[in-house]
Design a protein around this ligand. Structure first.
Ligand code: ATP
Length: 246
């Protein structure tokens, strides 16, 4: 997917392309208007991080890949921004790790759920969860608590890219291992994650897939060592330092 009038030589090509994809997502009815605000916030942090994957984010992506490969029931949560920005990339990550994909919206409407599920199927997803809505996350109000009982409801490891802080905290409270992609190292989502990946979704997801493919043949103890060696607080501090130093 490329933006219509953005030359690849433009110094901020990736950022403009991302913005274009979100706009297109709103036009298609898969991204909410609040998603535009989240995008703006993300862009500001990406700018401060130098618009590149910093080494600590790469380590986090590798640890997250090891978690997904070791999980009994891994699930990748997809919201309207994720569906607009990286639909094919999420499908590829699911294939590389054996994870399910579940649509999970802050502003849930059945129409938007269906549109996102269709959009993911158009990008190669075979099964998309989230439409049963027969499970709940305790501690949240009705709409935001809704999940599939056989998806996020019973998952042991969940990737929640660009999640809102309340729900991220509630999922962690349920004892799930939470992998978060969020450009803001100070967000509550990043702070409550077992593995915070402080990177742009459009770089982080393909990077996780590459790590998962590289680790696919490794035994359980090697994956466990990668998981144990990862230090979430150190990763958050490294990202904050990068922001202050730039
Ligand atoms: P908190 O987690 O502190 O409660 P919030 O729930 O208010 O934050 P939102 O306004 O929903 O957060 O913003 C979504 C988050 O997603 C922001 O922290 C933003 O930096 C991040 N974000 C936006 N776009 C991207 C992207 N492309 N890649 C990674 N992170 C992004």
């Amino acid at each position: 997917m490329t933006g219509p009038d953005i030359p690849e030589s433009h110094p901020r090509y990736e950022s403009l392309l991302t913005r274009h994809r979100i706009e297109e997502g709103v036009d298609l009815g898969i991204t909410s208007r609040q998603g535009l605000i989240a995008q703006g916030r993300g862009e500001a942090f990406d700018y401060l991080l130098g618009e590149e994957t910093i080494p600590s984010a790469d380590d986090a992506a590798r640890a997250a890949a090891a978690h997904l490969l070791s999980a009994d029931q891994p699930v990748l949560s997809v919201n309207g921004n994720v569906a607009a920005l990286a639909p094919g990339e999420m499908v590829a990550l699911a294939a590389a790790t054996g994870a399910d994909i579940e649509v999970n919206l802050f502003n849930r409407t059945e129409a938007r759920m269906e549109r996102i599920a269709d959009h993911l199927r158009e990008h190669g997803a075979e099964e998309v969860k989230g439409l049963n809505a027969d499970g709940r996350i305790p501690g949240l109000d009705h709409e935001r608590a809704t999940v599939d009982a056989d998806g996020i409801g019973s998952a042991d490891v969940v990737l929640v890219p660009l999640e809102d802080g309340d729900r991220a905290a509630a999922l962690a409270e349920m004892g799930k291992t939470e992998l978060v992609i969020d450009l803001n190292p100070m967000s509550r989502s990043a702070q409550s994650a077992a593995v915070p990946i402080v990177d742009n979704l459009i770089r982080a997801v393909p990077n996780m897939t590459a790590h998962a493919e590289a680790l696919a043949g490794e035994d359980a103890s090697t994956l466990e060592n990668i998981i144990d060696d990862f230090d979430a607080d150190a990763a958050l501090s490294a990202a904050e330092e990068r922001i202050r130093d730039i």
